[in-house]
Design a protein around this ligand. Structure first.
Ligand code: TYD
Ligand code: MG
Length: 452
């Protein structure tokens, strides 16, 4: 009797291994190999390239025209997409369950349906559920074509027949192709289905939006290759407890990646927040210790975010270092810099740090604000009212300039802030009305300026 031969596939990179191992030999990730039946698949066109034209040409001879874009009429989504959906573009949207992926896409599709043929393919919810949601959202649903189906072959067939211009696949993890034996959601299925859909999109000039699940570690489920196949990867963030939802582009072949779209979840679905600058500030009647406001620049838009720190005597042998919304590793590093260069020790203290409102700050401009908040909590001394702080802190204790310092300061002034501590090179050339700027180039100076 012949034995069925199995192989092991990495959940993250899609690499193969003939036997089980604790660590993926390709990407080095631990516990990521999953067993699969090895099967030779012979479907025609399985290994076609994703690009249509294969002839060799001079680059200058290739006709390059601006890709036509279709605005979704949700301004915040368009901002993240770089101006709208690109014809033939494939966008992957990931995020925690229940964060609003289906809601957002239904809203966008309903608006698009007024001018274009659209199709919503749902593998997760029944037609009734979607109809109920559309009614609740109050969106024009008359022209939204709906197809509850999970077989890739049937979906591709329907796409040929219906010829929609925009398609939503909710979600890619529920779709399966007959060509593979593995279950929907497995690495091979996700990769194969998205490759086939991408090929369809490029060939027919259809824009496809794929919904992707996230694993419990927070990464997009399915192989990493999925992110390579698609043209743009958007990520839904935000605290499911707060009503704000942020959409960030992680990859975008047709636009900038650091743009951020801001929405608020209401009983009528997701509503755009056009001016989010003041969203991530908590309202204190009197200044409180441990709170520091910074200006972060998300793409083309500055935003004010309050960073809060709590420093408390440690009672366990191991001190706690916890960062929410800012980088955890950065926190340990900054505490070392604080001790070494400003002479402020926190090695017997638990340090907790949080960016208000569920926002995630990825840029190093938050360094100085984190440190000032920590010092403020440690000294139990509040910062002066209406003060903003930003700057990147280096290992030598220097404070480095950040991009677009002027715009950040102007935004802060617009929201009524009157003092700023900023890196020297970010000192405004012309004074900003109503704003006193203290320019510093070392961490010690910043601490002195904040707590004179
Ligand atoms: P959903 O779009 O189903 O999330 P996902 O597809 O990302 O899993 O969002 C569902 C959540 O959104 C649910 O918890 C309820 C909330 N919601 C509202 O608050 N208002 C609304 O109008 C809708 C449609 C959903
Ligand atoms: Mg959903």
């Amino acid at each position: 009797m012949s034995k069925v031969k199995n192989q092991f596939v990495c959940r993250l990179c899609g690499g193969f291994s003939p036997k089980w191992q604790g660590q993926c030999p390709q990407c080095g990730e631990w516990n990521s190999l999953e067993e699969q039946v090895a099967k030779v698949v012979t479907t025609t066109g399985r290994f076609q390239s994703l690009a249509a034209d294969g002839a060799i040409k001079n680059l200058s001879d290739v006709e390059a025209e601006e890709l036509p874009r279709t605005p979704t009429h949700l301004a915040e989504l368009d901002r993240v997409l770089g101006g709208g959906l690109v014809t033939g573009g494939v966008v992957l949207i990931g995020g925690d369950p229940g964060i609003g992926k289906s809601t957002l896409l239904l809203q966008a599709l309903a608006r698009l349906s007024e001018s274009l043929p659209v199709l919503y393919v749902s593998g997760e919810e029944s037609a009734q559920q979607i109809a109920l949601r559309a009614r609740r959202l109050g969106v024009p649903a008359a022209k939204v074509r709906l197809y509850p189906e999970i077989s890739l072959e049937k979906i591709l067939h329907a796409l040929e027949r219906e010829a929609p211009k925009v398609v939503v696949i909710d979600s890619i993890q529920t779709i399966y192709t007959e060509a593979l034996t593995s279950a929907p959601g497995s690495v091979a299925q996700v990769r194969e289905c998205s490759a086939q859909l991408t090929r369809f999109a490029k060939r027919h000039g259809t824009s496809i939006l794929l919904v992707g699940h996230v694993t419990k570690e927070g990464a997009l489920a399915g192989p990493r290759v999925l992110e390579h196949i698609v043209d743009a990867v958007l990520y839904f963030e935000g605290d499911t407890h707060s009503s704000f939802r942020l959409i960030r582009a992680i990859k975008n072949r047709f636009g900038a990646v650091n743009e951020l779209g801001v929405f608020a979840m209401t009983d009528k679905g997701l509503r755009e927040v056009a001016n989010p600058s003041a969203l991530f500030l908590s309202q204190h009647d009197v200044p409180v210790p441990g709170s520091c406001v910074m200006v972060t620049q998300e793409g083309s838009r500055p935003m004010l975010v309050e960073v809060q720190a709590l420093v408390d005597d440690a009672h366990a042998a191991q001190v706690k270092r916890l960062a929410v919304g800012v980088e955890q590793n950065r926190l340990a590093l900054l505490l070392a810099v604080l001790h070494r260069h400003a002479g402020i020790a926190a090695f017997d203290q638990d340090v907790f740090i949080n960016a208000v409102g569920g926002v995630r700050i990825v840029e190093p401009a938050a360094d100085l604000a984190m440190l000032i908040a920590i010092v403020s909590s440690l000294k139990n001394k509040a910062l002066p009212n209406k003060m903003v702080v930003f700057g990147e802190v280096g290992l030598a204790g220097e404070v480095r300039p950040v991009q677009r310092g002027q715009e950040r300061l102007r935004e802060a002034a617009k929201l009524g802030f009157t003092h700023a501590i900023v890196p020297k090179a970010n000192r405004p050339r012309q004074p900003i009305e109503g704003m006193t700027v203290t320019a510093i180039d070392r961490l010690e100076q910043a601490v002195d300026a904040a707590f004179w």
